[in-house]
Design a protein around this ligand. Structure first.
Ligand code: ATP
Ligand code: MG
Length: 394
């Protein structure tokens, strides 16, 4: 029996005249993720993309890969049947019966785009419901809140029968590549991978920057960041990770600036460096995992002082209003949490002052910062930056 994958998308539908451009982008991204050789045909019609898997390709494995493609809100595997109510009620009902075992309640939703089909949608639902009940006597119909929904779609040339459930959800958002490029400041923590995912979900292509300070941070800490980047790349496709050696810079700050301002001066230097790297690589914004009030360097005063170094591009902080447990929920959902909590040091925390200031003012920070040559150290960091190509983790 033939099976087909139905893909439905969300916000793209609102795009008016640009809609087909976004749809084409989504189709391209799907092909890239699942591999062209695994697709026999792919076409779109009426806000649905239909994918016929290649012979010997398992539809479920394609669906598993597509569950990470931004833009998709719904994916399901459907059986393809002859447009004949008797066939649908026999072969179609057999096709979905496994998904109904163990359920208490169900409903059938029917839709026909072929208005010449002899039965109207409510009649199709009723007949198919009867066919299913005659197979599973204990099952009950619940139109309000069914455990399983069976869908029957009568299209131009064929009929599709499938069931829906939690496994059908896609990540939503906009297709990657539809909103320009931004650079995420990626640490090994919980927050920044989530921030990367949230911005990427809006269609933004990513680059990443990571600062490390050997020997104060270990090789293993760097590998952890690469691993996190690979998990994020599972959603976005491959991207560049710029790795910035930051030991000398941190030592210069530690040895010359007042202790309670160390973190903020370092964060200002990180932002300046990241901005230069972003500009060199055509990124249009920086992204951080900062959340208001989470730590001393993320008070409203501290963020203002840090942000002041930015000269040309905006900084997006998608987690700014989120609580830690909300961030953790997303980290678990996207699969970064377990890696993020591995206990390796971050350069941000190796030289933390005992009493960091929480209400800094710009003049005081500028005075402390004047003890070092910011420009020299930022240039040096940019010059010594190395990069790795991050391939998606499968
Ligand atoms: P995270 O969980 O993302 O590490 P955090 O709550 O620990 O964040 P900070 O260490 O103050 O907060 O860092 C704030 C933000 O600065 C991070 O979310 C990240 O965007 C960026 N950042 C911190 N350390 C690094 C680093 N070593 N390399 C690149 N960016 C970093
Ligand atoms: Mg951190």
């Amino acid at each position: 029996m033939k099976e087909i994958i139905l893909v439905k998308y969300g916000e793209i539908i609102l795009k008016g005249l640009n809609r087909s451009k976004f749809e084409d982008m989504l189709v391209r991204n799907i092909k890239k993720v699942v591999g062209r050789e695994n697709i026999a045909s792919i076409r779109k019609a009426q806000a649905v993309i239909y994918i016929e898997p290649a012979q010997n390709t398992d539809a479920d494995s394609l669906i598993e890969k597509m569950r990470k493609v931004f833009g998709i809100i719904f994916i399901a595997k459907a059986g393809v049947f002859q447009k004949d109510m008797d066939v649908i009620m026999s072969e179609g009902a057999d096709y979905v019966i496994d998904a109904l075992y163990g359920a208490q309640t169900f409903k059938v939703e029917a839709k026909r785009s072929d208005k010449k089909f002899p039965l109207k949608s409510p009649e199709i639902s009723r007949e198919m419901g009867g066919a299913i009940l005659s197979r599973l006597h204990k099952l009950k119909v619940d139109v309000q809140n069914p455990e399983v929904t069976v869908r029957v779609e009568i299209r131009e040339n064929e009929a599709y029968v499938y069931t829906t459930g939690a496994r059908c959800e896609g990540p939503g958002g906009m297709p990657t590549g539809s909103s320009g490029k931004a650079t995420i400041l990626l640490s090994g923590g919980i927050d920044s991978p989530v921030a990367a995912w949230m911005i990427a979900k809006r269609g933004v292509e990513l680059d990443a920057v990571h600062f490390f300070s050997p020997p104060y941070t270990s090789e293993r800490a760097k590998e952890k960041v690469i691993e996190l980047a690979r998990i994020v790349a599972g959603y976005t496709g491959r991207f560049n990770l710029y790795i910035v050696p930051f030991t000398e810079q941190q030592l210069a700050i530690r040895d010359n600036c007042p202790e309670d301002h160390l973190t903020l001066i370092m964060r200002r230097m990180m932002m300046m460096t990241a901005e230069r790297i972003a500009l060199k690589n055509n990124s249009l914004a920086l992204i951080t995992g900062e959340s208001l009030g989470q730590v001393a360097s993320q008070t409203i005063h501290a963020l203002g002082v840090t942000n002041e170094v930015m000269t040309t591009i905006p900084v997006f902080r998608p987690l700014i209003g989120m609580d830690k447990d909300e961030i953790v929920t997303i980290a678990r959902k996207i699969g970064t949490f377990e890696t993020s909590i591995l206990p390796y040091e971050d350069c941000c925390t190796v030289f933390t002052p005992k009493h960091p200031t929480t209400k800094p003012t710009l003049p005081k920070i500028m005075e402390s910062q004047s003890k070092i040559d910011m420009e020299y150290w930022v240039n040096k960091a940019v010059e010594e930056t190395d990069w790795v190509l991050i391939e998606p983790q499968n």
